[in-house]
Write a protein that binds this ligand. Sequence first.
Ligand SMILES: *Cc1c(COP(=O)(O)O)cnc(C)c1O
Length: 406
Amino acid sequence: MAAEKITVSRATFDQVILPVYAPAQFVPVKGKGSRVWDQQGKEYIDFSGGIAVTALGHCHPALVEALKCQGETLWHTSNIFTNEPALRLASKLIAATFAERVFFVNSGTEANEAAFKLARYYVGKKHSPYKTKIIAFHNAFHGRSLFAVSVGGQPKYSDGFGPKPADIVHVPFNDLAAVQAVIDDHTCAVVLEPIQGEGGIMPASQAFIEGVRALCDKHNALLVFDEVQSGMGRSGKLFAYQHYGVVPDILTTAKALGGGFPVSAMLTTHDIASVMAPGVHGTTYGGNPLACAVAEAAMDIINTDEVLNGVMQRRAQFESALKAIHSRLDVFSDIRGMGLLLGAVLKPEYADKARDILNAAAAEGVMILNAGTGVLRLAPSLIIEPADIDEGMQRLSRALEKVIRA
Ligand SMILES: *Cc1c(COP(=O)(O)O)cnc(C)c1O
């Protein structure tokens, strides 16, 4: 007997899903490149990229091929048995970065959880079990496990869930003196996003990143870069740290790593990894062959001069379109970010209008994001067609005009 086919719509969301999201009023059903279609057949240009995840657009033929091919070969082994796609992907990540060891998991949160646990474990063994302080930053976002959300710098996300992991302090981002004031020989690690994403698309300054590295070295603390959002080509280099020439001890990557298939990784050095032993940490799905096969295909495309240089060209196109909107409507106070992680900061009088603008943009047929309050965020496909950028920016311009003239 065939399974019963039930009809669902946006209204179903409010009946069946835990109310932790407030999704847009349309339901996407199909995507190709940077175009998406909803249940009614309406077409959208996607500048949201699934929050910096679909770095090669929707249903890229090479990713579809990798998924189909691996899907007909081997889906899952568990970590009782290793697998070829995971070993190949790890080797490629190592070849392209500072890293010498890789740990695969399934989400940004889990990669950060592994990073923070590893930092505590390593420093505890290597130096002292009392060297546990983690320094993190206001407005930082590191995911939603209780450890990750506690290291994150927005108490509204971590309050209400009972006692938090101890010995985590938060100071203002890009404020080296503030780090200097709290770092000491009991500090285990400093954790930062080279470009704060959820916190409002705020890149770290060169002096800040260099200064934090020097302070970590002075106090034998580890430097952890959360590149879950800024990594995998988003900044115009494979990882944002490569713009700064400052190397972390541990780096996490997720979002775009699988181009839309859930997979994430924690990268570190041989020395730090060497404190780990079988059983100390683990996961059932992490390094799953299906996920790693898709991620390998994504990385093969992203980590090329063609794609990375294309990010810079496309950023220029977005920036000039945003500036043209601004000169017509006088809405932005700043355009910031790196590569194709763009933040358009709304002027104070429009700072509470981000959600209205998102809705108006959807009505005009363009999907965008916000980041914190008062910042419009664009995180499109790294290979979005220039014609789609033009068309989408025209739609965004019409949406902005409607909201500010309303
Ligand atoms: C999205 C994000 C996370 C959390 O990733 P999940 O896959 O949602 O767990 C962590 N850190 C940063 C910087 C992110 O942008």
